[in-house]
Design a protein around this ligand. Structure first.
Ligand code: PEP
Ligand code: MG
Length: 557
């Protein structure tokens, strides 16, 4: 099978196929015995589900916690319990009563559409868990312990599924759905586990079957021989050794410096960043601190969280992105106005910040306070900036808060096409290729079916990067890339050839990118970039660039 490799490395083990379908209890299912006992059974199942989700949320923390807590609230909903009881009073057995009571809520959510419509899947998950408990079926979910690391196969993985896992338990991920830049894929990658997404037919893999996963090429092989496994692991270890041999700050073979920075979000991301030699942080996704909250974290709490990151990189630069909420990262305490039919095109990122100036003032004040006494160089940037006027507004807000380096992300085509007018007001720019691809191709980054359109090798995306980098350099301003494109060693060389001055990525990708740059001259990178832009498809762009980057083959990259 072949999917899209989104987290490099070789993983091998028995398949654990995530159960996602709990069959519908038959219509007209009745019970023998006492109604009160049946009600107690239903209630106990719902309570057990709520408790399990709650405690899993605590264990996972961060982004996953809010999702799991919201699900726990669904399971404990009093209105739902009333519906279940009245069905049982009419003779309906507990599993079917739960199914029917949930169905009403489900229809309401789907009818509401947008973000609420998207929550129907969470509701189904709660329902299935309760029914599985009542009918003695295996619970949907991922084992967090295993005698031998398994290959987790699923239609898609929610952050809630991946957040509680570790490398000791999971050898690799394979999903049928999911794009390479979905936040789910990003979370999985942060664990440093090989992963393949958008792999058609993945869920037909028989449970327990031996699977070999190549997170670089995207190949998924069933029932590999011992030789196949040994060969793949050998090739990966040679590649790893070559990659690990390159140390120190990022630079091309002829010494052109390119800062290699880490993307961080959760406190757990700091250790891998340091271990992999990050020279600083190029994207601190602060929204992860806000996501699981009913209210905004206090100024003091924010200050402490920001300080922990700043103190980890004395002498390095730390680029903090202000709250990027909305769309797929909604906050309970910052509702976008009205029901948004298209949240990705709605009041998100900086737009939401402008609507809630207090939240912004508190975040900027916390940042200004956090940097005092640390040796890091703090830079602050805003997400989802579309116009020069927005950029100016944000830069002024930062100056007022006493923050002297204020930049903007380039992740909307309008901003990339008019980069000149943004770089003249901002101190730096950072290109978010994940959203830039999503908005350039009008292709939802969460949809596995649209993965091809999300490919950052698309020549038009490279054009937008080139235009932005040129505008920045003409005005003497730095231009970084902090989207997932920076984590692809070959593409990283092309980005440098396009004029990008720093690359920020998930920490596990740093060694391979460092080695790829060290194996290529700036001239190689520029020729590769020209060739890639001249191509007409993403695949041709990659192949054309490859011809100018011969050093990568020696590394096995
Ligand atoms: C991006 O859009 O490329 C980006 C870096 O931001 P995020 O992935 O958090 O949206
Ligand atoms: Mg983005």
């Amino acid at each position: 099978m072949k999917g899209v490799g989104v987290s490099p490395g070789i993983g091998h083990g028995p398949a654990y196929v995530l159960a996602t379908v709990v069959p519908e209890p038959p219509e007209g299912l009745t019970y023998d015995g006492d109604a009160d006992d049946e009600k107690a059974r239903a209630q106990a199942a719902l309570q057990q589900v709520a408790g399990a989700l709650e405690s899993r949320g605590h264990q996972a923390g961060g982004e996953a916690r809010s999702i799991l807590q919201a699900q726990a609230l669904m399971a404990a909903d009093p209105g739902l319990a009333v519906g279940v009881k009245s069905l049982i009073d009419r003779g309906v057995a507990a599993p079917r009563a739960i199914y029917e009571a949930f169905e009403k809520y489900r229809e309401m959510l789907i009818g509401a559409g947008g973000y609420l419509g998207g929550r129907a899947a969470d509701l189904d998950d709660v329902r299935d868990r309760a029914i599985a408990l009542l009918t003695g079926q295996p619970l949907p979910g991922v084992p967090s312990e295993a005698a031998e690391p398994y290959v987790l196969v699923a239609r898609d993985l929610a952050p809630a599924d991946t957040a509680v896992l570790s490398k000791d338990v999971v050898a690799a991920f394979v999903t049928e759905e999911g794009g390479p830049t979905s936040h789910t894929a990003i979370l999985a990658r942060a664990l440093g586990v090989p992963a393949v997404v958008a792999c058609p037919g993945a869920t037909t893999i028989p449970p327990g079957a031996s699977v070999l996963v190549d997170g670089t090429s995207g190949e998924v092989r069933l029932a590999p021989s011992e030789d196949d496994v040994a060969e793949a692991e050998h090739a990966a270890s040679i590649r790893q050794a070559a990659v690990d041999a390159t140390r120190g700050p990022g630079r091309t073979r002829d010494g052109f410096p390119v800062a290699l920075l880490a993307n961080v979000g959760r406190p757990a991301d700091l250790d891998p960043a340091l271990a992999n030699g990050a020279e600083g942080v190029g994207l601190y996704r602060t929204e992860l601190l806000f996501l699981d909250r009913a209210e905004a974290p206090s100024l003091e709490e924010q200050e402490a969280a920001y300080r922990a990151v700043l103190e980890s990189f004395p002498g390095g630069k730390v680029v903090v992105r202000t709250l990027d909420a909305g769309a797929d990262k909604p906050l309970r305490f910052l509702p976008a106005s009205g029901g948004e039919p298209n949240p990705a095109l709605g009041e998100r990122g900086l737009r939401l910040f402008r609507a809630f100036p207090d939240v912004m003032a508190s975040q900027l004040a916390a940042l200004a306070a956090a940097v005092v006494g640390t040796e890091a160089e703090l830079q602050v940037m805003a997400p989802m900036v579309a116009t020069a006027e927005e950029a100016r507004w944000f830069v002024n807000a930062c100056r007022t808060a006493g923050l002297d380096s204020a930049g903007v992300m380039i992740e909307i085509p309008a901003a990339a096409l008019r980069a000149e007018s943004l770089v003249t007001v901002a101190d730096f720019v950072s290109i978010g290729t994940n959203d830039l691809a999503q908005y350039t191709f009008a292709a939802d980054r969460q949809l596995g079916a649209l993965t091809a359109l999300q490919d950052p090798w698309q020549p038009v995306l490279l054009d937008l990067v080139a235009g932005t980098a040129t505008a920045a350099s003409d005005n003497g301003k730095p231009c970084g890339v902090c989207g997932e494109a920076a984590a692809d060693p070959e593409l990283a060389c092309v980005l440098v050839g396009l004029g990008v001055t720093s690359l920020s990525m998930n920490a596990h990708a740093l060694p391979a990118v460092r080695a790829a740059l060290a194996a290529s001259t700036l001239g190689d990178c520029q020729l590769a970039a020209q060739a890639a832009r001249a191509a007409t498809t993403a695949a041709h762009a990659r192949a054309a660039a490859r011809a100018y980057l011969p050093g990568l083959a020696d590394l096995g990259l």
